[in-house]
Design a protein around this ligand. Structure first.
Ligand SMILES: Cc1cc2nc3c(=O)[nH]c(=O)nc-3n(C[C@H](O)[C@H](O)[C@H](O)COP(=O)(O)OP(=O)(O)OC[C@H]3O[C@@H](n4cnc5c(N)ncnc54)[C@H](O)[C@@H]3O)c2cc1C
Length: 425
């Protein structure tokens, strides 16, 4: 008889793992706490507006187009390839992002300060993400932009984070690119996310439809305990599920909390939350945001770290004559945010910046991502070295961005699920 595989969480990594196992005719069941599958890769339709669980753009590095994503059954004609157009609010001006490669566009006197401090940057041992920024880009740009932007996003001091925290997602301190960006008219360097794919209609959830095809999922089944000694999982409603191999894409801190012998790791697995205010708005987007996909907002006086314009990804996200935003705010991982106050504050600030006329808002939807950015602390590396072999002994395979407590894209999460499943066969 074959093995019974139980997957915790129907995020895209869990669904991809299940599809890979089903493809090999294995017995699989997925347990999902929410009433719908897809995890963070979901979309909601309200009053004719489609909102994602904050902007989710498909960046592909392993296939040329969406139809190449394994098990997702995507049709290229339903997706559009978009050249990224992003800006950052520096001083009171919008500057093309990443700012570190576009210093020529920074208003004076900030530009001279950034360039002078870049020339005066010192090199030395790098023991944190903060050191990496200051030594790579100079103190002024780091203090004014890079540090507050990343601290607002990840809701932690950058001294705590390792320089391995961000990997390819962060534009690196490549001298040639920084210097080119000091010259007018220089060609923009290619980055991992210079282009992205986005569905013409229906939001990012389109990625999930194929992945869930044929996968047996028990929705509204929140896992409360993993009894690895008896190879069973116990749900909050008391139901028990037996397995031979357990695969988990639920957040690793949660898994440790519910698994005997792993509780000691929980305090080391810290993270941020993101609260997202989605707004449907009458009329066209303000002129300065025309064609802009998202705006970085480093200044701590504004409550949000990023504002995105869904309707600039795809017109199919809004009814004709409207536009839509997502406004992202970082919160400490263990806080219970006052959502109503956050919403009011965000709207007030959007209004003050001239990006929103409050009277034009026709609908708003608040969502939260309770585990958004995992903290790649120096301790995280040590903890993972001890934790991964323990999980292996317990026949638990972690997958996905939160299962592996890493910083990964949707594409990475899908491939990670498939590769882990195949390795178990
Ligand atoms: C703010 C933000 C923006 C992002 N933007 C992008 C982007 O533009 N492009 C990109 O490629 N990636 C982006 N990502 C990353 C992307 O969201 C992840 O890589 C991907 O969604 C991870 O999928 P997953 O299946 O591993 O996890 P998840 O989507 O988190 O799935 C986990 C599933 O487990 C379920 N679950 C949790 N606890 C339990 C329990 N106790 N019992 C049962 N089920 C449970 C959850 O309900 C969920 O369905 C972004 C992430 C964030 C936070």
């Amino acid at each position: 008889m074959g093995k019974r595989y139980l997957v915790l969480g129907a995020g895209i990594s869990g669904l991809a793992a299940a599809r890979a196992l089903l493809h090999q005719s294995q017995e699989v069941l997925v347990l999902e706490a929410a009433p719908t599958v897809g995890g963070l890769t979901r979309s909601i339709v309200v009053s004719g507006f489609t909102f994602d669980y904050t902007g989710h753009l498909l960046h592909l590095s392993r296939s040329a187009s969406p139809s190449g994503v394994p098990f997702a059954d995507l049709k290229d004609e339903e997706w559009q390839k978009v050249s990224r157009n992003t800006v950052a609010l520096v001083g009171d001006q919008l500057v093309p992002a990443p700012v570190q490669y576009n210093l020529v566009d920074v208003p004076e006197p900030l530009r001279s300060r950034f360039i002078d401090s870049y020339e005066a940057r010192l090199s030395g041992p790098i023991s944190s993400f903060k050191d990496y920024l200051v030594q790579g880009f100079g103190e002024a740009l780091s203090e004014e932009f890079l540090i507050p932007q990343n601290e607002k996003t990840m809701v932690t001091r950058l001294e705590r984070l390792s320089d391995k925290a961000i990997k390819r997602f962060f534009p690196q301190p490549v001298e040639e690119k920084v210097r080119d960006g000091m010259q007018p008219g220089a060609e923009k360097p290619e980055e991992y996310n210079s282009q992205f794919w986005y569905p013409k209609t229906g939001g990012i959830e389109k990625l999930v439809h194929g992945l869930e095809r044929g996968v047996p999922v028990r929705i509204m089944t929140e896992v409360a305990q993993v009894d690895w000694r008896h190879n069973k999982v116990i749900a909050k409603n008391g139901e028990e599920f037996a397995y031979d191999e357990l695969i988990s894409c639920i957040p690793l801190n949660q898994l440790c909390r519910m698994t005997e012998g792993l509780e000691e790791y929980v305090p080391w697995l810290t993270h941020s939350q993101t609260v997202i205010l989605n707004l449907g708005v009458r009329g066209s987007v303000p002129e300065e945001l025309e064609g802009v996909h998202w705006i970085y907002v480093p200044d701590r006086k504004h409550p949000f770290y990023r504002v995105g314009v869904y309707s600039n990804f795809s017109k199919g996200m809004v009814p004709e004559g409207y536009h839509s935003f997502y406004v992202e705010m970082g919160v400490p991982g263990d806080d219970h945010p006052h959502l109503y106050a956050m919403q009011q504050n965000a709207v007030r600030n959007m209004h003050a910046l001239g990006w929103l006329q409050t009277r034009d808002v026709v609908c708003s939807v608040l969502t939260t991502i309770p585990c958004a950015y995992v903290h790649h602390t120096l301790e995280r590396e040590v903890v993972m070295e001890a934790l991964l072999p323990r999980l292996k002994e317990m026949r638990i395979t972690p997958i996905g961005r939160y299962g592996t407590w890493d910083y990964t894209s949707m594409e990475d999460s899908i491939y990670g699920g498939i590769e882990a499943a195949e390795a178990l066969l």
